[in-house]
Design a binder for this molecule. Structure first.
Ligand SMILES: N[C@@H](CCC(=O)N[C@@H](CS)C(=O)NCC(=O)O)C(=O)O
Length: 266
């Protein structure tokens, strides 16, 4: 069976999960433990980022490379349109989504975490003992601001990212006003990329992710709850309902078998 090395809360991993579901391919999720688990990942794939897909003896890293591999290897339900113009648009939008929504949404989530104690508590792994949750969620937001500045997520960077995302979400809402998919009449790689990379802006409402119930349907205040972007988030809900499989009883596991959920913001 296909194996996906992932973080449950990684939006690039979500892109691959969405594509696997669309193509109807069964897979096993292996939750990588940040830090030590990434060393094992390095041994497997030569780098430390998720997602990594293992198909028999073939190991592929990077969500775009994985998408291309899956489309070549499992051509049913193609991800890339054959019409040249649609193909060009699809490839362009996927690359843009990776660079824009994917990266910017981490920054604004970091900003939101530093300002919202409830969100910080909710986003900690399910298994975090209560006393630790209380401890971490009581870290003052200002301290997180300082940590954020150290990794290029200072207040100005967060505001800039937020403004860019507003433009992205407006553009997507306009495009989707009168068409069912971003390119043509079938979903393509661009749709799955845009839908999954916006995961951190607003977590999907349905039973798709192994995250606390309190997080589902919640997201960045001012973006997730704004009527300006309703068209986009409604479109995304529909894409999830139509093509993403709900979670089953099979849980995500670390290579040593224990269940966990974690988040990487970097
Ligand atoms: N371009 C890569 C981006 C992957 C990526 O940024 N992965 C993040 C999680 S969303 C990661 O593994 N971060 C851990 C690290 O950089 O150490 C892709 O499309 O797969």
């Amino acid at each position: 069976m296909l194996e996906l090395y992932q973080f449950e809360l990684s939006q690039y991993s979500e892109k691959v999960r969405f594509i696997l579901d669309y193509k109807g391919l069964a897979y096993r999720k292996i939750e990588v433990a940040p830090g030590v688990g990434q060393l094992d990942l390095f041994r497997l794939s030569g780098q430390r980022r998720v997602p990594v897909l293992k198909d028999g003896s073939t190991v592929i890293n990077d969500s775009t490379a994985i998408a291309m591999y899956l489309d070549r290897q499992y051509p049913d339900k193609p991800l890339i349109p054959s019409d040249p113009k649609q193909r060009g648009l699809c490839l362009l939008m996927e690359e843009w989504a990776d660079q824009s929504i994917g990266l910017l949404s981490r920054k604004v989530l970091f900003g939101a975490l530093s300002q919202n104690q409830d969100l910080r508590t909710a986003i900690l792994p399910n298994q975090t003992p209560d006393f630790l949750k209380t401890l971490v969620s009581s870290v003052p937001g200002e301290l997180l601001d300082i940590v954020g500045a150290g990794v290029g997520y200072g207040l100005d960077a967060v505001k800039e990212a937020r403004d860019s995302l507003k433009q992205d979400l407006e553009a997507l809402s306009l495009l989707l006003l009168d068409q069912p998919y971003l390119v043509g009449n079938q979903p393509c790689l661009a749709d799955f990329a845009v839908a999954s990379l916006s995961m951190l802006l607003k977590f999907p409402t349905g039973p798709y992710l192994d995250i606390p119930e309190s997080l589902k349907g919640k997201g960045i205040p001012g973006l997730a709850d704004s009527s300006l972007y309703e068209t986009f988030f409604n479109w995304r809900d529909r894409l999830y309902a139509d093509y993403r499989n709900p979670l089953t009883s099979s849980t995500s596991t670390t290579p040593n078998g224990s269940t966990r959920t974690s988040i990487e913001i970097e």
